[in-house]
Structure formats: C-alpha cells, structure tokens
Design a protein around this ligand. Structure first.
Ligand code: AMP
Ligand code: MG
Length: 404
C-alpha cells in the first residue's frame, strides 16, 4: 500500500505533457497557456478621468471656499473616445466624461455633483481640488513590455480580459486532454432504464465527465461494460484508441469479478499503483500503456470522486503544462468531530462556511462511500491524518477544495 504522496509522485512522473496549439482568444478560457503574454501598451494608455465632471488645474482652485468660489471658464468637452484637442490654461476648465483622456494642462478632475454650472459658460467650485484627483494615471495598471500572464497559468474569464486588452487575438495553449470514461459493473444500467432487483443506475461516468471537463479535458466517450474478462479488456482497448487518459470506475477491489487489473495486464499495460493508504479510495489503480495514462478508480460514487480529485485532477493539469496542478488546500475549524481511519489518511466530505468571521468546515452526515446523495452537498474534503483516530470539534483542520 503506497502513501498518497508516493502514489502521486509516480503518477505525475509518468504523466506526459501534451502538445500545444494556437487558438482564437474566445476559445482560450479554461485552457492552460503555453506562452508568456506581454503587454503591448501602457494601461491606461493615457491619464483617464474616473468621474463625470470638469478637468481643471488644481492651482486655480487653491483658495476656493463657499464665499469665494473659484470661477473657471469652460472651454470645451472631452468624452470617452473623443479627446479635447486643446490645452487647459490658467482659469480654464473642460467638461469631461468618465473614461476620457484628461486634456494637457489639467491635473485634476472635479465631479459634476459639486460644481455650479452657470449659464454664461462659466463654472464655480467652492473647495480646493487636490492634484491628481479622480485621474487614473497612464500606465498604473500595466506598462508596455511587462509580462502580464505567464505560461502555465489557466485562462479564467478575468485573465482572458487582460489578454484581450493587450491584443492577444490568438494564444498558444495546451491541447485539451482527451478522456475516455468507462464504468465497469454487471449491475449497472443506463439512466434511461429502470434498474431491476439487483441493478443500479450508472452515475459515475456522469460525475467523472463533469470533473474531467472542470479540469480542462474533453470527454470522448462514456460507457458501461459488464464484469466479463474479454468484454472488459476489449472495452479498455477501445477506450484507449483515441484517448490520452482513460478513467475506469469499479472492478479494482478483491472480488472475483474485479477484472480491471487482469484486463490491463492482458493488454500489456504497466500497473504502477494498485493500493493507496487512503479512505475512501484505497484500491486506486494507475497504469500506463505507451503514452496513454489509465486510472482505475473504485466504483463507489464517493470513492471515485475522492480518488479523482487527489490523483486524476493533478494528472490532467500536469498534462496541460499547468504551473498549479493541485486543488487548493486551506485551513478551517471543524464544526463537529470527524472520525479517522488509521493507518490510512481519511477524507471526510464537508461544506465550507464563514461563521462568526472564521472559516468552518461542516462534515456532512453520510452513510459511507456509496452515499452520493450526501456527497452532492460537499464542496471540500476534511483531511484526517493517518495517525489520528478522530479530529475534535473546533479543531483547526486541513481541507481540500473540490473545485479548482
Ligand atoms: P466496485 O468498485 O466495482 O466493487 O463497486 C463498488 C460499489 O460501487 C458497488 O456497490 C457498485 O455497484 C458501485 N458502483 C460501481 N460502479 C458504479 C457506477 N458507475 N455508478 C454508480 N455506482 C457504481
Ligand atoms: Mg464492480
């Protein structure tokens, strides 16, 4: 039985990095960048008004007060996309709109709400205006030539906005991992069917498809195979045909009909991990056939999810060349006690919440690793160290987020 860290080391060492491809920016969200992205201009590209009001020279308002307002002559207008062509001289002001370039000569913006606009084309300001007020200076957000986003970062909606701002119409990203999913089990029927007396519906390929897509993969196929040696071997062979990674569920324990490992052996795959000191998810299998990566995850719906997040998630991100491949880990206070499973490290499904200003992880009430109904509400796993019989209520514990 391998420690989680040792299993992970083997898995990551044997997981190849996929080729890169160039995609249009609108295809880039969710992908991992394989190039640094440089800014091609200062941002903002000019001193920019942050308020609707008047662009002024602060010095002209220095001695303004309610009794002696500064009286300035309005000489024109600057709007977003339409700069004022002249210069603001002594005693002058320019009507300015949010997003417009501050005209030369002006060094502050006063907002319209505190300005008295006179009919005669003059304005009055009753308070001194501070130099730089309501101006976002040129280049404060980024400088031309700066590296804005590095190779290995995943493109989020916020990142894609930055890439758009700096003219990256096309970017180099990793090819999407192609994943084939296969549920083993003679008891399984598809969602459209009503299960017979000893049958259950296949749910694992549905959860796995979602997890794989969230990790940036493309799901090629998702099927069921019964617990028959030849059928299992042939289904794995078919799944491997076009996939970079195959995720099997079920058939990896010690039962007479657990045929995944023998089938992998028959196909000539190298089984590198067979058992991991974790709960749930002990019979996690990792194998390689050529460049192809194969995970055989235990069939119980919670086990499959825990095992996927601990091992297949980082493998998929490694494949894409991501610099951060693991799910976020954090600390939170356990709101109830949690049982451990020594000598295995245990993972208790839980929900994070902020209560009284502190992060709390609420362990879900579950009846065991088949309890997909309870697991539906989990957004994290509480980690119970391998040497602990239990964690106490109120104890600061480690949690693993279930979303990247
Ligand atoms: P196994 O790992 O094959 O021994 O399966 C463990 C348990 O998980 C059994 O109760 C199976 O019926 C259940 N199970 C296996 N595969 C699936 C699946 N695709 N969807 C839902 N439950 C499953
Ligand atoms: Mg089975």
């Amino acid at each position: 039985m391998l420690r989680i860290e040792d299993a992970l080391e083997i898995i990551l060492e044997r997981t190849p990095i996929l080729d890169e491809e160039e995609v249009a920016l609108r295809e880039a969200t969710g992908r991992v960048l394989r190039q640094d992205c440089i800014s091609d201009l200062d941002l903002p590209p000019f001193d920019r008004a942050r308020m609707d009001g008047y662009a002024v020279r602060a010095v002209d308002t220095e001695s303004a007060g309610p009794e002696r307002p500064a009286r300035l002559r309005a000489i024109g207008e600057a709007a977003a996309g339409n700069a004022f062509s002249g210069r603001v001289g002594a005693g002058e002001a320019v009507r300015i709109m949010t997003g417009a370039p501050v005209p030369p000569g002006a060094d502050a913006v006063e907002k319209i709400e505190v300005i008295r606009v006179l009919d005669s084309g003059w304005i009055e300001i009753e308070e001194p205006v501070k130099t730089g007020q309501f101006i976002t200076p040129r280049g404060i957000e980024a400088r031309a030539g700066d590296v804005m986003v590095r190779s290995g970062e995943r493109v989020t909606p916020a990142v894609v906005a930055v890439l758009a701002s700096f003219g990256h119409a096309k970017v180099k990203v990793s090819r999407k991992p192609r994943v084939a999913l296969l549920s083993t089990g003679t008891e399984l029927v598809e969602v459209e069917q009503k299960p017979g007396p000893s049958q259950i519906r296949n749910s694992n390929t549905y959860s796995l498809a979602g997890y794989a897509q969230a990790a940036g993969a493309e799901v090629l196929s998702a099927g069921i195979v019964r617990d028959d040696f030849d059928a299992t071997r042939d289904a794995i062979r078919d799944a491997l045909a076009n996939a970079d990674l195959v995720v099997l569920s079920g058939g990896v324990s010690m039962g007479d009909y657990d045929l995944v490992k023998p089938a992998l052996g028959d196909l000539g795959a190298e089984v590198l991990v067979e058992k991991v000191a974790m709960h749930p998810g002990k019979p996690t299998v990792f194998a390689k056939l050529g460049d192809r990566v194969i995970f055989g995850l235990p069939g119980n719906p919670v086990s499959v999810a825990v095992s996927f997040h601990l091992f297949a998630w980082p493998a998929l991100l490694k494949m894409q060349g991501a610099s951060e491949i693991h799910l976020p880990r954090m600390r939170a206070y356990a709101s109830r006690s949690v049982k451990g499973a020594p000598p295995r490290r245990s993972h208790q499904p839980a929900r994070l919440a902020i209560r009284d200003g502190r992060a709390e992880a609420e362990p879900l009430k579950w009846s065991g690793s088949s309890d997909l109904v309870a697991f539906m509400r989990a957004d994290c796993l509480i980690v119970v160290p391998e040497d602990r019989q239990s964690l106490n209520e109120g104890e600061l514990v480690e949690v693993i987020s279930l979303s990247g």
